[in-house]
Design a protein around this ligand. Structure first.
Ligand SMILES: CC(C)(COP(=O)(O)OP(=O)(O)OC[C@H]1O[C@@H](n2cnc3c(N)ncnc32)[C@H](O)[C@@H]1OP(=O)(O)O)[C@@H](O)C(=O)NCCC(=O)NCCS
Length: 135
C-alpha cells in the first residue's frame, strides 16, 4: 500500500471514486438526484478548488483504491473527502488516509485539522475530529 500525490493520470479513477461517495450520500438521504447526471465530474470541481498538491491517492499493487484531500483556509485544514473503493472498505485504508492527511496538515503548518462526515454516515462517523496543531 502506498499513498502518493494525485497526478493527471488519476483523473478517471478519482471520478469513479467520487461517484461511489455520491452513491453513498444518495443512499443515506434516499435521494437518487444527489450529484446530478454525472456525479464524478464534481471531483474536477473539487480538484480545482483544493489544488492537485492537496489531493492524495492510495494504491494497492499500483491500482488506486482511495483518495483524500485537504481544503486549506486561514491555517485551518479540513479533510474532505475520504473515499475508499467498495471492495477495499473495512480494512483500515480510510483510517490510513485520514492519518496521512493529518500529517500533511502538520507539514503545511496548519493550526487546526478537522474531518466532518455527515452524522448519518455510520462508516465515516468514527473519523469525526478536530485536532489542534498549534505548537
Ligand atoms: C468512510 C470510508 C472512507 C471508510 O473507509 P474504510 O477503509 O472502510 O474505513 P476503515 O476500515 O479505515 O475504518 C474506519 C473506521 O470506521 C469504522 N467502520 C468502517 N465501516 C463501518 C461500518 N460499516 N459501520 C460502522 N463502523 C464502520 C471502523 O470500525 C473504523 O473505526 P476505528 O478506526 O475507530 O476502529 C468508506 O466507507 C467510504 O469510502 N465511504 C464513501 C465515501 C464517504 O462517505 N466518505 C466520508 C466522507 S468524510
Amino acid at each position: 500500500m502506498r499513498i502518493r500525490n494525485y497526478t493527471n493520470s488519476d483523473l478517471d479513477v478519482c471520478r469513479l471514486l467520487w461517484t461511489e461517495m455520491v452513491q453513498r450520500h444518495q443512499d443515506i438521504y434516499d435521494d437518487p438526484s444527489i450529484g446530478g447526471d454525472d456525479p464524478g465530474l464534481e471531483f474536477d470541481q473539487h480538484l480545482d478548488t483544493v489544488g492537485s498538491n492537496n489531493v492524495w491517492v492510495i494504491e494497492i499493487e499500483n491500482a488506486v483504491v482511495g483518495l483524500t484531500a485537504l481544503i486549506l483556509k486561514d491555517q485551518e485544514a479540513e479533510i474532505e473527502p475520504v473515499i475508499v473503493s467498495y471492495k477495499h472498505r473495512g480494512k483500515g485504508i480510510g483510517r490510513r488516509l485520514v492519518e496521512y492527511a493529518i500529517g500533511e496538515a502538520k507539514r503545511l503548518n496548519m493550526f487546526l485539522v478537522s474531518v466532518k462526515p455527515v452524522a448519518r454516515n455510520k462508516e465515516a462517523i468514527s473519523f469525526s475530529m478536530i485536532v489542534d496543531l498549534k505548537p
